[in-house]
Design a protein around this ligand. Structure first.
Ligand code: PMP
Ligand code: GLN
Length: 383
């Protein structure tokens, strides 16, 4: 293994899911729903396969999907993208983020991201040979946020990209317009490109509004927007995503993506286009049901003695383990399957300095009510 990738080992999601399978535990670790996406969308994937859509799709993606993405950006956010030159289909958001970072940052360059950082970011920046600088999100009155001075201090003349994930995994923070305005000002003043990870764009709660950074003044032409089908439609295994942005940036992403995977699975693209056109009412119901599941899990975690942060988006709860008498989230996450028959993700692995995240573990609530209830019943015996 090349030196720059040493230390990344196995992703925490694979490790924790394997642990859940091995121990027969309830898996509130890796974020995937335990129910399927909209039946019409599943049928559209089957129809695409049976209808002969099984050879290489065009590298940039099926035209019907690029058009559906452009229409969604326009209708939901008022953002105009040319489906021919400003939309590109990728193998999940993960490839979109990786292709964007690889296209925009190289050796000697720096990438800024908010910490805790989703697990692929640090590895992708390392793959690019660039350096990651992080800005800590800290709890302030029950919500994780950043200090604008720390953001400005993290940006140097070498900074090429700011990676912005909102709604944010794992803290659940949905950046406000004021927070986004701080980020936008830094991008404009320091001539930095933003890469935004918006995979939870539909999963927001209590009326919190997802605002794409690209909608702020001057940002449309310096932002590469990444999203995907998995979380919105509960089909995380489809691994179909898309990048939208100014044509020059999308061309740069294309140059890299072509040689990573060339194209993205065709039947999923067909079904995703159908989903964006026809299944958004289903997504509205998913969102409402997730809000109830969030409250269900939080009530249970609080009863078990955790301090649980109520997320405004995503399907994760960040929980502080110290009231239970624990201080090391990694040790607790490793012990939990035997102690309680539950698997969680130690948030510490999303931090550069372990001590910043040691007190937290992350629980997913994209599960059937009875699964959440059984998990919290088991956790109640912990304290
Ligand atoms: N970014 C974040 C913040 C995520 O939580 C995930 C997991 N869905 C991804 C990216 C990866 O998305 P995909 O499965 O579409 O590659
Ligand atoms: N995004 C999912 C999570 O945060 C996991 C994705 C993955 O397994 N790579 O749990």
């Amino acid at each position: 293994l090349v030196e720059r990738m040493r230390g990344f080992g196995t992703t925490i999601f694979a490790e924790m899911t394997a642990l859940a399978v091995r121990t027969g535990s309830i898996n509130l670790g890796q974020g995937f729903p335990d129910t399927d996406g909209p039946p019409g969308m599943l049928a559209a994937a089957v129809a695409a396969i049976e209808g002969g859509g099984n050879q290489y799709p065009p590298g940039p993606g099926l035209p019907e999907l690029r058009e559906a993405v452009a229409a969604q950006k326009k209708e939901r956010y008022g953002l105009d993208y040319d489906p021919e030159t400003e939309v590109y289909v990728t193998v999940g958001a993960t490839e979109g983020i990786a292709a964007a970072v690889l296209a925009l940052a190289g050796p000697g360059d720096e990438v800024v991201a908010f910490e805790p950082t989703y697990d692929s970011y640090a590895a992708t920046v390392a793959l690019a040979g660039a350096r990651l600088r992080t800005v800590l999100l800290r709890p302030v009155q029950g919500r994780f946020t950043f200090d604008p001075d720390e953001l400005r201090a993290a940006v140097t003349p070498r900074t090429k990209v700011i990676l912005v994930n909102s709604p944010h995994n794992p803290t659940g923070t949905v950046f406000t317009r004021d927070e986004l305005a701080e980020i936008a000002a830094v991008c404009r003043d320091r001539d930095v490109t933003a890469v935004t990870d918006e995979v939870y764009e539909y999963l927001t709660f209590d009326g919190a509004e997802h605002v794409p950074l690209a909608t702020l003044p001057g940002m449309r032409d310096r932002t590469v927007v990444v999203s995907s089908v998995g979380k919105t439609f509960s089909v995380t295994g489809w691994k179909t995503g898309w990048v939208t942005g100014p044509a020059a940036h999308v061309r740069a992403v294309q140059t890299v993506k072509q040689f990573l995977t060339y194209a993205t699975g065709g039947p999923w693209q067909h079904a995703t286009a159908y989903g964006l056109r026809a299944e958004l009412p289903w997504v509205a119901e998913l969102r409402a049901s997730l809000e109830r599941k969030r409250d269900r899990l939080i009530t249970g975690l609080e009863a078990a003695g955790f301090v649980a942060y109520r997320p405004q988006g995503t399907y994760f709860v960040q929980a502080d383990i110290r009231p239970l008498g624990y201080s090391d989230g990694v040790a607790l996450a490793r012990a939990l399957p035997d102690a309680a028959g539950v698997v969680a993700v130690p948030t510490q692995v999303f931090y550069q300095r372990p001590e910043d995240g040691a007190a937290f573990v992350r629980f997913a609530f994209c599960k059937r009510d009875e699964v959440i209830d059984e998990a919290v019943r088991r956790l109640a015996g912990l304290g």
